[in-house]
Design a protein around this ligand. Structure first.
Ligand SMILES: C[S@@+](CC[C@H](N)C(=O)[O-])C[C@H]1O[C@@H](n2cnc3c(N)ncnc32)[C@H](O)[C@@H]1O
Length: 358
């Protein structure tokens, strides 16, 4: 059994199933509809299909509502980036440094992935998968003079992201829409840079998620996934410890998260798609000051009054913040970056594979 199948599954949410096709698999990048899904509905009993579809809908709706409800509060206190900051380990940081740390996170991720700043090599087209209110998109569009399209499940976020783009004179460069990362509204081979900053943890089917990232990447394009993972399992382990599952469960319930996986699981998935230059690193030590700072900001007068006005889902999320700190401290939660490149000859490879198997 692969570590992927052993990945932790919280009881309430989705159970992705690996589909074993009887035909030889074509190129991973060739994706006619019947090859795209990693869930294989025809092999599932009708009731299981209904439960899974219903679970998927519940999760999507929960995520959309959660961000519809909480994004204005977050923006008022933290600005337009809804992700961890990147800090020098063991440094003491002042509150005003946190926004700079969030921008630094974007810079560090681009640099880790080796995204070029040379005018002839820098990305011209970018997709921001799980874009929030578009902070990364606007930053990246300005940095590289690139066109950027963002997708989110939250209509409130998409609307706000477009409004901010217009206000900053970027409406011709960046645009945002409501769409599902697991079924992206883009053709194959589109984007020089595929960017997913802290959205992967929300994806109930990690295999489908990664397939979609690879599908929309242009040949030679870079894929960057920055996400929450659980620790890698030891070779002797079948699953996480019961206390670890219990802690993750509580976090899942508060933040609308499905099954977690490890960084090694992501690497395995990327390898299975023949993606190149796969790199992964644990950045947990660089993000340590983040959650204590979020808690401190929630405990200010502005934070508390905004929180009380925002709604139950947001309050539930705020109450779960100490659990994230506990997860990091106990080495259960890992803040991971995983990057790779789609082969330059992916299109030719697709055509050859198609001819060979059709
Ligand atoms: C923590 S926020 C990160 C936002 C943004 N990347 C940033 O760094 O500011 C998570 C984002 O993932 C999006 N998301 C979660 N599941 C998604 C899905 N299945 N399809 C599209 N977006 C999704 C949410 O709507 C939200 O915008």
């Amino acid at each position: 059994m692969t570590t992927w199948l052993r990945a932790y599954q919280p009881p309430l949410l989705l159970h992705s199933r690996i589909c074993h096709h009887t035909n030889p698999p074509r190129s991973p990048f060739l994706s006619p509809p019947h090859w795209r899904a990693s869930v294989c509905p025809r092999r599932m009993p009708t009731r299981a299909v209904a439960a899974t579809t219903n679970d998927a809908r519940l999760l999507r709706d929960g995520i959309a509502d959660f961000y519809d409800e909480s994004s204005t509060l977050w923006e008022n206190i933290w600005g337009d980036h809804m992700h961890h900051g990147f800090y020098n380990p063991d440094s003491s940081v002042s509150v005003s440094d946190h926004r700079a740390a969030q921008v630094r996170m974007i810079e560090e991720a681009l640099s880790f992935a080796g995204v070029s700043e040379e005018p002839t090599e820098r990305p011209e087209s970018v997709v921001d998968v799980g874009c929030g209110i578009g902070g990364s998109s606007r930053y990246i569009a300005k940095k590289y003079e690139a066109k950027c399209q963002g997708i989110t499940l939250s209509p409130v976020q998409a609307q706000r992201a477009n409004a901010l783009a217009a206000a900053q004179g970027l409406a011709d460069k960046v645009s945002f829409q409501v769409a599902d990362a697991l079924d992206q509204p883009f053709p194959d081979d589109q984007f020089d840079l595929v960017w997913s900053m802290e959205s992967g943890e929300h994806m109930p089917d990690k295999k489908k998620f990664v397939n979609e990232l690879a599908r929309v990447a242009a040949p030679g394009g870079t894929i960057i996934i920055v996400t929450w993972c659980h620790r890698d399992l030891a070779p002797s382990e079948e699953s996480l410890q019961p206390w670890e599952k219990e802690l993750l469960n509580k976090i899942c319930n508060a933040y609308y998260l499905p099954a977690w996986c490890s960084t090694a699981d992501y690497v395995e998935l990327l390898q299975s798609l023949s993606l190149q230059d796969i790199k992964a690193e644990d950045w947990s030590r660089y993000v340590a000051p983040f959650w204590p700072a979020v808690i401190r900001s929630a405990l200010t007068w502005k934070g508390l009054t905004s929180l009380l006005r925002s709604g139950l889902k947001t309050i539930k999320g705020a109450l779960a913040m100490p659990l994230m700190i506990e997860g990091y401290k106990k080495d259960l939660i890992k803040f991971a970056i995983i990057t790779c490149r789609k082969p330059q000859d992916a299109v030719a490879y697709d055509i050859l594979a198609y001819v060979e198997f059709s």
